[in-house]
Design a protein around this ligand. Structure first.
Ligand code: NDP
Length: 328
Protein backbone atom coordinates (compact mmCIF):
# COMPACT_ATOMS: atom_id res chain seq x y z
CA UNK A 1 0.00 0.00 0.00
CA UNK A 2 1.40 3.38 -0.98
CA UNK A 3 0.38 6.94 -0.21
CA UNK A 4 1.26 10.40 -1.50
CA UNK A 5 3.29 12.75 0.68
CA UNK A 6 5.26 15.97 0.38
CA UNK A 7 8.79 14.93 1.23
CA UNK A 8 11.49 17.44 2.18
CA UNK A 9 14.98 16.09 1.49
CA UNK A 10 18.44 17.46 2.28
CA UNK A 11 21.36 16.99 -0.13
CA UNK A 12 25.06 16.67 0.70
CA UNK A 13 25.55 20.45 0.47
CA UNK A 14 22.88 20.93 3.16
CA UNK A 15 20.32 22.40 0.72
CA UNK A 16 16.73 21.22 1.14
CA UNK A 17 14.05 20.63 -1.51
CA UNK A 18 10.44 19.50 -1.32
CA UNK A 19 8.62 17.24 -3.80
CA UNK A 20 5.53 15.05 -3.89
CA UNK A 21 6.53 11.37 -3.53
CA UNK A 22 4.74 8.00 -3.45
CA UNK A 23 5.75 6.23 -0.22
CA UNK A 24 5.06 2.77 1.15
CA UNK A 25 3.17 2.49 4.43
CA UNK A 26 6.10 0.89 6.23
CA UNK A 27 7.85 4.26 6.11
CA UNK A 28 5.30 5.81 8.47
CA UNK A 29 6.74 6.61 11.92
CA UNK A 30 5.76 4.63 15.03
CA UNK A 31 2.48 5.52 16.72
CA UNK A 32 -0.79 4.13 18.10
CA UNK A 33 -3.20 5.50 15.53
CA UNK A 34 -3.02 5.59 11.73
CA UNK A 35 -5.12 8.29 10.11
CA UNK A 36 -6.28 8.75 6.52
CA UNK A 37 -5.55 12.47 6.33
CA UNK A 38 -8.16 14.58 4.55
CA UNK A 39 -6.99 18.16 5.12
CA UNK A 40 -3.92 19.88 6.51
CA UNK A 41 -3.03 23.59 6.56
CA UNK A 42 -0.18 26.02 6.09
CA UNK A 43 1.18 27.77 9.16
CA UNK A 44 4.25 29.94 9.73
CA UNK A 45 6.13 26.96 11.19
CA UNK A 46 5.30 24.91 8.09
CA UNK A 47 6.96 27.64 6.04
CA UNK A 48 10.11 27.07 8.10
CA UNK A 49 9.88 23.27 7.84
CA UNK A 50 9.31 23.37 4.06
CA UNK A 51 12.61 25.20 3.72
CA UNK A 52 15.71 24.75 5.81
CA UNK A 53 13.69 23.86 8.90
CA UNK A 54 14.58 26.92 10.94
CA UNK A 55 15.99 24.62 13.64
CA UNK A 56 12.69 22.75 14.01
CA UNK A 57 13.30 19.65 11.86
CA UNK A 58 15.60 17.05 13.44
CA UNK A 59 16.10 14.57 10.57
CA UNK A 60 15.50 14.20 6.83
CA UNK A 61 13.69 13.09 4.73
CA UNK A 62 10.83 14.87 6.48
CA UNK A 63 7.07 15.30 5.97
CA UNK A 64 5.91 18.73 7.30
CA UNK A 65 2.34 19.71 8.22
CA UNK A 66 1.80 20.74 11.86
CA UNK A 67 -1.91 19.94 11.83
CA UNK A 68 -4.38 17.68 10.07
CA UNK A 69 -7.90 16.27 10.23
CA UNK A 70 -9.02 12.92 8.89
CA UNK A 71 -10.43 9.46 9.63
CA UNK A 72 -8.87 6.76 11.80
CA UNK A 73 -8.01 3.66 9.75
CA UNK A 74 -6.12 1.67 12.36
CA UNK A 75 -5.76 2.03 16.13
CA UNK A 76 -4.00 0.28 19.03
CA UNK A 77 -5.65 2.65 21.51
CA UNK A 78 -9.08 2.00 23.05
CA UNK A 79 -10.11 5.66 22.63
CA UNK A 80 -10.16 5.43 18.82
CA UNK A 81 -11.66 2.96 16.39
CA UNK A 82 -11.56 2.92 12.58
CA UNK A 83 -14.02 5.43 11.15
CA UNK A 84 -13.58 8.00 13.95
CA UNK A 85 -12.96 11.55 12.75
CA UNK A 86 -10.00 13.19 14.49
CA UNK A 87 -7.97 16.40 14.64
CA UNK A 88 -4.27 16.74 15.33
CA UNK A 89 -2.48 19.92 16.35
CA UNK A 90 0.89 20.37 18.01
CA UNK A 91 3.14 17.89 19.82
CA UNK A 92 5.91 18.74 17.33
CA UNK A 93 4.14 16.78 14.62
CA UNK A 94 5.31 18.16 11.28
CA UNK A 95 8.52 19.26 13.02
CA UNK A 96 10.26 16.24 14.62
CA UNK A 97 7.53 13.67 13.76
CA UNK A 98 6.13 13.26 10.21
CA UNK A 99 3.07 15.46 9.77
CA UNK A 100 -0.06 16.16 7.77
CA UNK A 101 1.31 16.83 4.26
CA UNK A 102 0.53 13.22 3.37
CA UNK A 103 -2.45 10.99 2.69
CA UNK A 104 -1.55 8.94 5.78
CA UNK A 105 -0.11 9.80 9.17
CA UNK A 106 0.70 7.71 12.24
CA UNK A 107 0.77 9.45 15.63
CA UNK A 108 0.39 8.88 19.38
CA UNK A 109 -3.24 8.67 20.49
CA UNK A 110 -2.62 11.34 23.16
CA UNK A 111 -1.87 13.91 20.46
CA UNK A 112 -5.32 13.58 18.83
CA UNK A 113 -8.71 14.97 19.78
CA UNK A 114 -12.06 13.75 18.44
CA UNK A 115 -13.61 16.05 15.84
CA UNK A 116 -16.18 18.09 17.80
CA UNK A 117 -19.84 18.00 16.76
CA UNK A 118 -20.73 20.87 14.48
CA UNK A 119 -17.52 20.91 12.44
CA UNK A 120 -16.48 18.75 9.48
CA UNK A 121 -12.82 17.94 8.83
CA UNK A 122 -12.40 20.79 6.34
CA UNK A 123 -13.97 23.37 8.64
CA UNK A 124 -11.83 22.09 11.49
CA UNK A 125 -8.75 22.76 9.40
CA UNK A 126 -9.89 26.23 8.35
CA UNK A 127 -9.67 26.83 12.09
CA UNK A 128 -6.61 24.57 12.53
CA UNK A 129 -3.63 25.29 14.77
CA UNK A 130 -4.00 29.00 14.05
CA UNK A 131 -7.61 29.05 15.22
CA UNK A 132 -6.96 26.84 18.24
CA UNK A 133 -4.21 29.28 19.22
CA UNK A 134 -6.56 32.22 18.70
CA UNK A 135 -9.15 30.55 20.97
CA UNK A 136 -6.52 29.76 23.64
CA UNK A 137 -5.48 33.42 23.52
CA UNK A 138 -9.08 34.58 23.94
CA UNK A 139 -9.61 32.18 26.86
CA UNK A 140 -6.47 33.57 28.51
CA UNK A 141 -7.66 37.16 28.00
CA UNK A 142 -11.05 36.32 29.53
CA UNK A 143 -9.38 34.69 32.50
CA UNK A 144 -6.91 37.51 33.22
CA UNK A 145 -8.83 40.64 32.41
CA UNK A 146 -10.11 42.64 29.47
CA UNK A 147 -11.35 46.22 29.47
CA UNK A 148 -14.11 48.03 27.63
CA UNK A 149 -11.83 49.29 24.82
CA UNK A 150 -11.44 47.46 21.50
CA UNK A 151 -9.38 44.27 21.45
CA UNK A 152 -6.30 44.79 19.27
CA UNK A 153 -5.22 41.99 16.91
CA UNK A 154 -1.75 42.28 15.38
CA UNK A 155 -0.79 40.35 12.23
CA UNK A 156 -4.53 40.45 11.59
CA UNK A 157 -4.65 39.14 8.03
CA UNK A 158 -2.56 36.07 8.91
CA UNK A 159 -3.94 32.75 10.14
CA UNK A 160 -4.06 33.38 13.91
CA UNK A 161 -5.10 36.98 13.40
CA UNK A 162 -7.97 36.21 11.00
CA UNK A 163 -9.57 33.64 13.30
CA UNK A 164 -9.05 35.87 16.36
CA UNK A 165 -10.83 38.76 14.60
CA UNK A 166 -13.77 36.52 13.61
CA UNK A 167 -14.15 34.87 17.03
CA UNK A 168 -13.98 38.12 19.00
CA UNK A 169 -16.33 39.97 16.64
CA UNK A 170 -18.79 37.06 16.83
CA UNK A 171 -18.67 37.35 20.63
CA UNK A 172 -19.74 40.99 20.30
CA UNK A 173 -16.38 42.63 21.04
CA UNK A 174 -15.10 45.70 19.21
CA UNK A 175 -12.02 44.56 17.29
CA UNK A 176 -9.16 46.73 15.99
CA UNK A 177 -7.09 44.89 13.36
CA UNK A 178 -3.46 45.86 12.72
CA UNK A 179 -2.29 45.13 9.18
CA UNK A 180 0.64 46.06 6.99
CA UNK A 181 -1.53 45.39 3.93
CA UNK A 182 -4.15 48.13 3.49
CA UNK A 183 -5.63 46.13 0.58
CA UNK A 184 -6.84 43.62 3.21
CA UNK A 185 -9.08 46.17 4.96
CA UNK A 186 -12.28 44.88 3.28
CA UNK A 187 -11.37 41.29 4.16
CA UNK A 188 -10.85 42.25 7.82
CA UNK A 189 -14.09 44.25 7.95
CA UNK A 190 -15.93 41.19 6.56
CA UNK A 191 -14.49 39.10 9.39
CA UNK A 192 -15.89 41.65 11.85
CA UNK A 193 -13.09 44.17 12.50
CA UNK A 194 -14.55 47.52 13.52
CA UNK A 195 -11.30 49.47 13.06
CA UNK A 196 -8.21 49.00 10.86
CA UNK A 197 -4.88 50.18 12.27
CA UNK A 198 -1.99 50.64 9.81
CA UNK A 199 1.08 48.64 10.83
CA UNK A 200 3.29 51.75 10.44
CA UNK A 201 1.18 53.58 13.00
CA UNK A 202 2.07 51.11 15.70
CA UNK A 203 5.38 49.65 14.56
CA UNK A 204 7.66 52.46 15.64
CA UNK A 205 10.01 51.77 18.49
CA UNK A 206 8.77 52.81 21.94
CA UNK A 207 9.49 56.49 22.54
CA UNK A 208 7.43 56.89 25.71
CA UNK A 209 6.84 53.87 27.94
CA UNK A 210 3.20 54.89 28.52
CA UNK A 211 0.84 56.36 25.93
CA UNK A 212 -2.91 57.03 25.92
CA UNK A 213 -4.82 53.94 27.11
CA UNK A 214 -6.46 52.53 23.98
CA UNK A 215 -6.94 48.78 24.03
CA UNK A 216 -9.05 46.55 26.27
CA UNK A 217 -6.94 43.53 25.34
CA UNK A 218 -4.63 42.29 22.62
CA UNK A 219 -3.90 39.09 20.71
CA UNK A 220 -0.38 39.62 19.40
CA UNK A 221 1.01 37.43 16.57
CA UNK A 222 3.90 39.74 15.75
CA UNK A 223 6.06 40.38 18.84
CA UNK A 224 9.13 42.64 18.50
CA UNK A 225 8.87 46.44 18.65
CA UNK A 226 5.11 46.30 17.91
CA UNK A 227 4.39 44.26 21.04
CA UNK A 228 6.59 46.62 23.08
CA UNK A 229 4.61 49.61 21.79
CA UNK A 230 1.23 47.94 22.44
CA UNK A 231 2.14 47.28 26.09
CA UNK A 232 2.25 51.05 26.70
CA UNK A 233 -1.17 51.57 25.06
CA UNK A 234 -3.13 49.02 27.13
CA UNK A 235 -5.95 50.06 29.44
CA UNK A 236 -5.28 49.68 33.16
CA UNK A 237 -5.25 46.01 34.31
CA UNK A 238 -5.77 44.60 30.82
CA UNK A 239 -3.99 41.70 29.15
CA UNK A 240 -1.93 40.96 26.07
CA UNK A 241 -1.88 37.35 24.85
CA UNK A 242 1.40 36.90 22.96
CA UNK A 243 1.18 34.03 20.47
CA UNK A 244 3.91 34.63 17.90
CA UNK A 245 6.90 36.44 16.56
CA UNK A 246 6.20 37.14 12.88
CA UNK A 247 7.90 40.52 13.46
CA UNK A 248 10.91 39.13 15.35
CA UNK A 249 11.86 37.67 18.73
CA UNK A 250 13.21 40.79 20.47
CA UNK A 251 11.12 42.70 22.99
CA UNK A 252 12.49 46.24 23.34
CA UNK A 253 10.08 47.20 26.14
CA UNK A 254 10.29 48.76 29.60
CA UNK A 255 8.86 47.35 32.80
CA UNK A 256 6.72 50.48 33.31
CA UNK A 257 3.41 49.27 31.74
CA UNK A 258 3.50 46.30 34.14
CA UNK A 259 4.25 48.46 37.16
CA UNK A 260 2.07 51.51 36.54
CA UNK A 261 -0.80 50.03 34.54
CA UNK A 262 -0.91 46.46 35.86
CA UNK A 263 -0.70 45.09 32.33
CA UNK A 264 -0.60 41.28 32.04
CA UNK A 265 1.60 39.70 29.37
CA UNK A 266 0.36 36.14 28.79
CA UNK A 267 2.35 33.63 26.76
CA UNK A 268 0.23 31.24 24.69
CA UNK A 269 1.50 27.82 23.63
CA UNK A 270 -0.78 25.52 21.65
CA UNK A 271 1.92 22.91 21.02
CA UNK A 272 2.06 20.92 24.27
CA UNK A 273 -1.51 21.72 25.33
CA UNK A 274 -2.89 18.78 27.36
CA UNK A 275 -5.82 16.75 26.01
CA UNK A 276 -8.58 18.20 28.24
CA UNK A 277 -7.64 21.80 27.46
CA UNK A 278 -7.58 21.07 23.71
CA UNK A 279 -10.95 19.29 23.83
CA UNK A 280 -12.51 22.20 25.76
CA UNK A 281 -11.09 24.78 23.34
CA UNK A 282 -12.30 22.80 20.29
CA UNK A 283 -15.80 22.48 21.80
CA UNK A 284 -15.96 26.21 22.25
CA UNK A 285 -14.66 26.77 18.72
CA UNK A 286 -17.37 24.45 17.35
CA UNK A 287 -20.05 26.31 19.31
CA UNK A 288 -18.89 29.86 18.66
CA UNK A 289 -17.15 30.02 15.29
CA UNK A 290 -19.31 31.72 12.69
CA UNK A 291 -19.17 28.96 10.06
CA UNK A 292 -20.23 31.35 7.29
CA UNK A 293 -17.06 33.38 7.89
CA UNK A 294 -14.78 30.35 7.73
CA UNK A 295 -15.21 30.02 3.95
CA UNK A 296 -14.12 33.64 3.51
CA UNK A 297 -10.81 32.85 5.22
CA UNK A 298 -10.05 29.64 3.30
CA UNK A 299 -7.74 29.40 0.33
CA UNK A 300 -7.51 25.91 -1.27
CA UNK A 301 -4.15 24.29 -2.04
CA UNK A 302 -2.66 20.95 -3.07
CA UNK A 303 0.51 19.25 -1.83
CA UNK A 304 2.29 20.45 -4.99
CA UNK A 305 1.45 24.10 -4.22
CA UNK A 306 3.13 24.01 -0.81
CA UNK A 307 6.80 24.71 -1.61
CA UNK A 308 5.89 28.13 -3.08
CA UNK A 309 3.27 28.84 -0.40
CA UNK A 310 5.86 28.04 2.27
CA UNK A 311 8.07 30.83 0.89
CA UNK A 312 5.05 33.16 0.70
CA UNK A 313 4.06 32.72 4.34
CA UNK A 314 7.59 33.48 5.53
CA UNK A 315 7.45 36.67 3.42
CA UNK A 316 4.17 37.67 5.15
CA UNK A 317 2.25 37.38 1.86
CA UNK A 318 -0.43 34.84 2.84
CA UNK A 319 -3.90 36.05 3.81
CA UNK A 320 -6.25 33.91 5.92
CA UNK A 321 -5.96 30.14 6.03
CA UNK A 322 -4.45 27.88 3.37
CA UNK A 323 -6.34 24.55 3.36
CA UNK A 324 -4.46 21.65 1.84
CA UNK A 325 -6.60 18.90 0.32
CA UNK A 326 -4.03 16.09 0.42
CA UNK A 327 -6.11 13.94 -1.94
CA UNK A 328 -6.46 16.59 -4.66
P1 NDP B 1 0.86 34.21 9.23
O1 NDP B 1 2.09 34.39 8.43
O2 NDP B 1 -0.36 33.64 8.61
O3 NDP B 1 0.44 35.63 9.87
C1 NDP B 1 1.37 36.53 10.40
C2 NDP B 1 0.93 37.94 10.04
O4 NDP B 1 1.76 38.87 10.72
C3 NDP B 1 1.08 38.27 8.56
O5 NDP B 1 -0.01 37.85 7.79
C4 NDP B 1 1.20 39.79 8.61
O6 NDP B 1 -0.11 40.32 8.76
C5 NDP B 1 1.97 40.03 9.92
N1 NDP B 1 3.42 40.18 9.71
C6 NDP B 1 4.24 39.39 8.99
N2 NDP B 1 5.51 39.81 9.06
C7 NDP B 1 5.48 40.93 9.85
C8 NDP B 1 6.47 41.86 10.29
N3 NDP B 1 7.76 41.72 9.94
N4 NDP B 1 6.09 42.87 11.09
C9 NDP B 1 4.80 43.03 11.45
N5 NDP B 1 3.81 42.19 11.05
C10 NDP B 1 4.16 41.15 10.27
O7 NDP B 1 1.27 33.36 10.51
P2 NDP B 1 0.33 32.67 11.60
O8 NDP B 1 -0.86 33.52 11.86
O9 NDP B 1 0.17 31.23 11.27
O10 NDP B 1 1.28 32.72 12.87
C11 NDP B 1 1.62 33.98 13.46
C12 NDP B 1 2.70 33.77 14.52
O11 NDP B 1 2.15 32.97 15.56
C13 NDP B 1 3.95 33.04 14.02
O12 NDP B 1 5.08 33.56 14.66
C14 NDP B 1 3.68 31.59 14.44
O13 NDP B 1 4.88 30.85 14.60
C15 NDP B 1 2.98 31.82 15.76
N6 NDP B 1 2.13 30.72 16.20
C16 NDP B 1 2.20 30.36 17.51
C17 NDP B 1 1.43 29.38 18.01
C18 NDP B 1 1.47 29.07 19.47
O14 NDP B 1 1.04 28.01 19.91
N7 NDP B 1 1.96 30.00 20.27
C19 NDP B 1 0.53 28.58 17.14
C20 NDP B 1 0.43 29.09 15.78
C21 NDP B 1 1.24 30.12 15.33
P3 NDP B 1 -0.52 41.73 8.12
O15 NDP B 1 -0.05 41.70 6.69
O16 NDP B 1 -2.02 41.79 8.24
O17 NDP B 1 0.17 42.81 8.90
Amino acid sequence: MTFKALLVEKDDSGATSAHVAELSEDRLPDGDVTVAVEYSTLNYKDGLCLGSGGGLVRSYPHVPGIDFAGTVIDSNDARYTPGDKVILTGWRVGEVHWGGYAQKARVKADWLVPLPQGLDTRQAMIVGTAGLTAMLAILALEQHGVGDGPILITGASGGVGSVAVALLAAAGRKVAAVTGRPENADYLHRLGATKIVARDEIAETVKRPLETEKWGGCVDAVGGPMLARVLGQMQYGCSVAAVGLAGGPSLPATVIPFLLRGVNLLGIDSVMKPYDARVAAWRRIANETPLSLLEGMARPATLADLPQLGRDILDGKVTGRVIVDVNA
